[in-house]
Design a binder for this molecule. Structure first.
Ligand SMILES: Nc1ncnc2c1ncn2[C@@H]1O[C@H](COP(=O)(O)OP(=O)(O)OP(=O)(O)O)[C@@H](O)[C@H]1O
Length: 308
């Protein structure tokens, strides 16, 4: 199966000398929702902009549906819809005119039935005659999505789609994006909200300082990230973990005063009941216990810190 987007050895150094992308290799599969996570200045927008032909790569190769985005720009760009971070559209124009004009920019013949279908999908049909300036922020974002979809692209880029959007609208956007995917679109989104990636993405890529740190199926990542810890403060210090328990994910810390048990929070059986029974059978008493769960956010931060 061909990839929707294929990126090979992509580098981007701005004229200022800043290296914003460093040897990026990435394939986005057709029909997936791919979330690109990274801190401010990581290179997310630069990456999207090079794929969309807004920023020229320094070297490397990018194809969209098999078309090279530099040498075959028109064919590549016509497969792509881009919803930029900033809302930029003509405030005095009506919703319908803005969206159909956008289609014309791609040289596509007018198709009122298609424009109606996307406006309906985005709950904008009732607002089709409203001027953009009279819409709420959330509605304006929907107009940006309608514009991006106006020329019937099958790859959609959403750069921070829900930045500054309230919780209700954010959930609406998530439902809408999933709906687009269900109709066959490939979606690449950048976000600062780990929760958003968790909710929507099939795969997650983490970028930092212009480098892709990891690309992973969300489920696999969640599995890795979803660790929990149980800490037992012991009545009396232990010199070592009893031989019968060494196969358990146990660690002795605080000079033998604390036992730490780490387990997978996604699992149905934590093994805590058995652990406590076994400790009792070895006469290991504890005076206090606490448990904690590493959030996705914690792990994301850890991951970013882990590599200097
Ligand atoms: N036109 C430009 N000229 C020079 N440097 C730039 C230009 N655009 C971006 N940069 C720099 O490139 C780096 C990557 O920026 P980019 O906007 O791609 O990051 P980002 O991950 O999208 O950040 P954010 O989450 O803040 O939007 C930053 O250091 C930024 O200052």
């Amino acid at each position: 199966m061909t990839s929707a987007i294929s990126i090979r050895q992509l580098n981007k150094t701005y004229t200022s000398g800043l290296k914003a992308l460093n040897n990026i290799n990435l394939d986005i599969k057709k029909g997936e929702i791919f979330a690109l996570l990274g801190p401010n200045g990581a290179g997310k927008t630069t990456l999207i902009s090079t794929i969309c032909g807004i920023v020229n790569p320094t070297d490397g190769e990018i194809t969209a549906n098999g078309h090279n985005v530099v040498t075959n720009f028109r064919a590549a760009r016509s497969c792509i819809g881009l919803v930029p971070q900033e809302i930029s559209t003509d405030a005095f124009e009506s919703v319908y005119a803005t969206v159909s004009f956008s289609r014309g920019l791609f040289g596509k013949p007018a198709n009122p039935a298609y424009i109606e279908s996307i406006l309906r999908q985005l709950s904008l049909w009732d607002k089709r005659d409203a001027k953009i300036m009279a819409l709420s922020g959330g509605m304006k974002r929907r107009v940006m999505i309608a514009k991006a979809l106006s020329h019937e692209p099958d790859i959609l880029f959403l750069d921070e789609p829900t930045a500054g959007v309230d919780v209700e609208l954010r959930q609406d956007m998530w439902a809408m994006v999933k709906g687009l995917r269900a109709r066959g679109a490939t979606i690449i989104l950048t976000t600062h909200y780990i929760e958003e990636a968790e909710e929507m993405a099939d795969r997650i890529g983490i970028i930092r300082k212009g480098e892709i740190l990891l690309v992973e199926e969300k489920q696999a990542l969640m599995h890795k990230l979803g660790k929990r810890e149980l800490r037992l403060q012991l009545q009396s210090p232990l010199a070592e973990i009893p031989q019968a328990l060494v196969s358990l994910p146990l660690e002795l810390s605080s000079e033998g005063n604390e036992l730490v048990y780490r387990f997978d929070s996604q699992t149905e059986h934590s093994g805590i009941a058995e652990l406590l029974k076994q400790l009792a059978s070895f006469g290991i008493d504890f005076k206090d216990l606490s448990s904690s769960q590493s959030s996705l956010e914690d792990i994301f931060v850890d991951l970013l810190r882990a590599k200097p």
